[in-house]
Write a protein that binds this ligand. Sequence first.
Ligand code: SF4
Ligand code: SF4
Length: 300
Amino acid sequence: SAGPADMSPETWEKVKNHPCYSEEAHHHYARMHVAVAPACNIQCNYCNRKYDCANESRPGVVSEKLTPEQAAKKVIAVASTIPQMTVLGIAGPGDPLANPEKTFKTFELISKTAPDIKLCLSTNGLTLPDHVDTIESFNVDHVTITINMVDPDVGAKIYPWIYFNNKRYKGREAAQILSERQLQGLEMLTSRGILTKINSVMIPGINDEHLLEVNRAVKSRGAFLHNIMPLISAPEHGTVFGLNGQRGPTAQELKALQDNCEEGQMNMMRHCRQCRADAVGLLGEDRSAEFTTESVMAMD
Ligand code: SF4
Ligand code: SF4
């Protein structure tokens, strides 16, 4: 079909089969994640490293880590069982671009064995500007950046440290570097026609009011979609916020913020289900148990 009137045919081509980028597509097309990227280069206060990256997946879940070779094999196995599987995403369990060798090796193997599958990745953005050329060379059409602030004073409350150019930075300085790199990466991606989704974690009392400013900042830099997710704060995750009793937003608070952003004419994602980093299937459906590493490696 031709797609919505306000969308160019090129953009529609990139959106129509991607369950995360199209509300309509998420009923018909599936995506899978492979957990090939264990390391991370920043610390978010809501993250416990025992679990998967909480920026693009459900907190408190531990995925089975795969090598790029295992991941490529699993993709073939899933694609031959679930024909609606159109998208392969790398979202963790750490930051995909803090593990560039593993992430891009996986893309290389899959682009050879399953060239029809669209490649997708999510990142905290710290090293994104260094990898935009490689991302483009693998024809990646979709990148997600988690942006929780554009003000380093807010950022200092969310990120205790970052590790950048072989050095650890803390506090306001860390947040400033992270924010500059995120926005630079966003501009580089959109200038090359790569659709970019922004995830923001809504943390009451920390960045809830500030996220309207984040929304304007990412919209003006060409972000395609903004996905504001509620902080899921559970003491058993052992996060700093969790230990301090930081609550997540109510459903009403979340909706009010999403509505406010939409008034600024930004496409808001409302169908996010905060999936597992090793999720397989339609959004909101999880068939990962059918595809354990053991069972996939036994297939031929
Ligand atoms: Fe955790 Fe992801 Fe933040 Fe890294 S970027 S600290 S893995 S939530
Ligand atoms: Fe969807 Fe994000 Fe996974 Fe891409 S990385 S398939 S946008 S959840």
